[in-house]
Design a protein around this ligand. Structure first.
Ligand SMILES: CCCCCCCCCCCCC/C=C/[C@@H](O)[C@@H](N)CO[C@@H]1O[C@H](CO)[C@@H](O)[C@H](O)[C@H]1O
Length: 488
């Protein structure tokens, strides 16, 4: 997956950076914004946040969006992936009550981007469900499919002429398995069966929004609609038959369960996953499989419901069979494996994140083989550090993953763009601001949440400019605003 040949990104390959509403906007209760499930979860449980810093203020992008766009210009990116906060624009979750001032913020941001020729890539849902919809059951309620479609219609109507790249949902697999299955994300429900109800509903919600766009807007506005999946790679911990088989099961539940309905030729949930959940459900005394059935109509709705696959890729995991006896029915129990990280892989500031660039290459080959060369955007890839401007570990990680990506492209992977997570440090969910993912450092103590370019920002700028990944280029200084073209 790696050799020393210098490769080049083509001129039509796009570079971007990403953020999400809860993680950067702040202004959590300002100008009529409704409460989200993360507002509620963190306000009720402040101790779950490593450094106690929640998204009430975050980077205050609600106020400093012009500075954010200035940073995008400094970097020279082609596009900015950000999300719309559903409760900011529809405080109750429903379209009967629309928040003008909330929309004004996104009007301003989008216009500022377009003014400088930066393409907006808009995610409709990045984890921050209106609390009022959670009170009605959230994603486990089948009506959530219609709630999301209604929300999507309001946003499409408003921005369809200005936004050409849409992502319906960020990481359905994290939403359903972490929030409903592992109690690792808001709303923290651990119900055992809800992971799969959520999976069905979120995927159908995505598909309905996709079909809506296809029917009402696509011909006239020519936009593309995709969905972003959390797709880390998984390899067996060793070559033993048990661990190789355990890895196949792990991939089935973490990759194929979410991709098969949209990208496979036959549609539907994968048969391996269906068999395992049905068998366990029977053993556990359920009258039917905990994995809901997709009707022929739903299979048809889902199949082909994406113009591109958004990949959020950070790391690789190694899979072993598990000795742990997890009795209660759950997604984790169904997968039934143990995962570890390679002990030689470089460690980031996040316990779950180590550098294994070969995984991005192998993932892309897996997707090509199993899903027939899908059109891909890498919608997130990033690395966490402690505070500090000379972030050489991020630079090294970015270079290695971009080289792996270049090789994947050479071997036929259809990748249109690459997006760094993140433009700037932000609220990393329960980790608060103890794990920094930004190309720009944010001083959360300062009044204006001062943003300062890290070394990685200048290196990314240089990569965008030259379209090659040099092994050892370093900027002479870190003042990105005064950097001259001949210094690049
Ligand atoms: C204490 C020892 C721990 C050892 C752990 C070993 C087990 C490894 C487990 C690997 C689990 C992988 C979890 C993966 C998470 C990411 O893919 C996920 N966080 C990606 O979500 C996006 O990432 C951004 C950075 O975390 C986030 O800010 C963004 O909002 C998400 O879209």
């Amino acid at each position: 997956w790696s050799d020393n040949r210098q490769r080049k990104f083509s001129n039509d390959f796009k570079f971007g950076v990403s953020t999400s509403a809860y993680q950067v906007e702040g202004a959590w209760n300002v100008d009529g914004k409704g409460e989200s499930i993360w507002d509620r979860y963190f306000h009720d449980n402040p101790k779950v946040i490593t450094d106690g810093r929640n998204g009430d203020e975050a980077c205050d992008s609600y106020y400093y969006y012009k500075r954010d766009v200035e940073m995008l210009r400094e970097l020279g990116v082609d596009y900015y992936r950000f999300s719309i906060s559903w409760p900011r624009v529809l405080p109750s979750g429903f379209p009967n009550e629309q928040n003008k001032l909330g929309f004004q913020y996104y009007d301003n941001l989008i216009d500022e981007l377009l003014k400088y020729n930066i393409t907006p890539m808009v995610t409709l849902y990045h984890f921050d469900l209106p609390q009022k919809l959670q009170d009605l059951g959230g994603w486990v309620n089948p009506l959530s499919v219609d709630w999301f479609e209604d929300y999507a219609k309001v946003v499409f109507d408003k921005y369809t002429s200005k936004v050409k790249y849409w992502i319906t949902v960020n990481q359905p697999n994290s939403i359903c398995t972490s929030a409903y299955g592992e109690a690792a994300m808001a709303p923290v429900l651990n119900k055992g069966v809800s992971e799969y109800e959520c999976t069905k509903n979120v995927l159908l919600a995505h598909a309905k929004a996709y079909r809506l766009y296809e029917k009402e807007y696509k011909n006239k506005y020519k936009g593309s609609v995709g969905i972003s999946m959390s797709l880390n790679w998984a390899d067996p911990a060793d070559n033993s038959t048990e661990n190789v088989e355990a890895t196949e099961v792990f991939r089935g539940f973490n990759i194929d369960l979410f991709l098969n309905p949209i990208w496979s030729k036959t549609g539907d949930f994968p048969s391996t996953v269906k068999k395992i959940v049905a068998k366990k459900s029977k053993q556990q005394g359920f009258s039917e499989s905990r994995l809901p059935v997709l009707s022929p109509k739903e299979i048809k709705l889902l199949r082909g419901s994406a113009d591109f696959l958004g990949i959020n890729h950070y790391t690789t995991v190694l899979v072993k069979t598990s000795d742990e006896d997890v009795q209660s029915p759950s997604f984790v129990n169904d997968v039934g494996v143990e995962i570890v990280l390679g002990d030689k892989w470089k460690q980031s500031q996040s316990a779950w994140l180590r550098s294994a660039p070969y995984g991005l290459y192998k993932l892309s080959i897996y997707l090509n083989q199993n899903y027939d060369y899908p059109t891909i955007f890498i919608t997130e890839h990033g690395w966490s550090t402690k505070p500090g401007l000379r972030d050489r570990s991020r630079v090294e990680n970015m270079r290695q993953y971009l080289n792996a990506l270049l090789l994947a492209i050479e071997d036929g992977t259809n990748v249109k763009g690459y997006t760094v997570w993140s433009l700037m440090d932000n609220v990393e969910w329960q980790a608060g601001t103890s794990e920094r993912f930004g190309l720009y450092e944010v001083d959360f103590e300062s009044k204006d949440k001062k943003r300062t370019a890290r070394m990685s920002a200048l290196v990314y700028k240089r990569i965008i400019d030259t379209r090659i990944v040099e092994e050892d280029w370093e900027p002479k200084h870190l003042n990105i605003a005064t950097l001259q073209r001949d210094e690049l």
